[in-house]
Unconditional design. Structure first.
Length: 151
């Protein structure tokens, strides 16, 4: 099972449609759970991240293999991510990706992760990043199953 915990709600129709398309494609390969937690509107960065961390933690289970998405994380190619997902499916039943809010993730949440993953040194809008993450998960399953798509 793949679980994505993301801070904030998707409001724009075009992002929702893109997300739904990848959710539909992924049904062939895995169960997908997408959890949105409320983003905090406190202007104080550390307080904001702490409140969001509490909301995130309510959706984490002990059996989850946690992967945080953060600029400072390790970069993997699509093929390396596919291998990681494939290997993890053998070891654990839940792979949980966590996307932070506008201030990022608290150190507490980062420390829960077994993998801190970066897709780029660039910053992306959170709505777009959810689509990018879903696309890369889908691409991973295509690679794992030796199906054409990933080139």
């Amino acid at each position: 099972m793949i679980k994505i915990i993301a801070v904030g709600q998707i409001k724009e129709k075009y992002w929702k449609e893109a997300i739904e398309e990848y959710k539909k494609r992924l049904k062939k390969y895995t169960t997908l759970e997408l959890i949105e937690v409320k983003d905090e509107e406190v202007k104080e960065e550390e307080k904001n991240k702490k409140i969001e961390a509490e909301r995130i933690k309510k959706n984490i289970q002990e059996k989850d293999y946690i992967i945080t998405l953060e600029i400072e994380g390790k970069e993997l190619s699509s093929i390396e991510l596919a291998k990681k997902i494939n290997d993890l499916q053998i070891e654990t039943s839940n792979i949980t990706f966590i996307i932070g809010g506008s201030y990022g993730l608290s150190e507490e949440i980062k420390n829960l992760a077994k993998l801190n993953l970066s897709f780029s040194k660039m910053t992306f809008p959170h709505q777009l990043f959810r689509v990018i993450l879903l696309e890369q998960i889908y691409r991973s399953y295509k690679i794992i199953n030796n199906e054409s798509y990933h080139k």
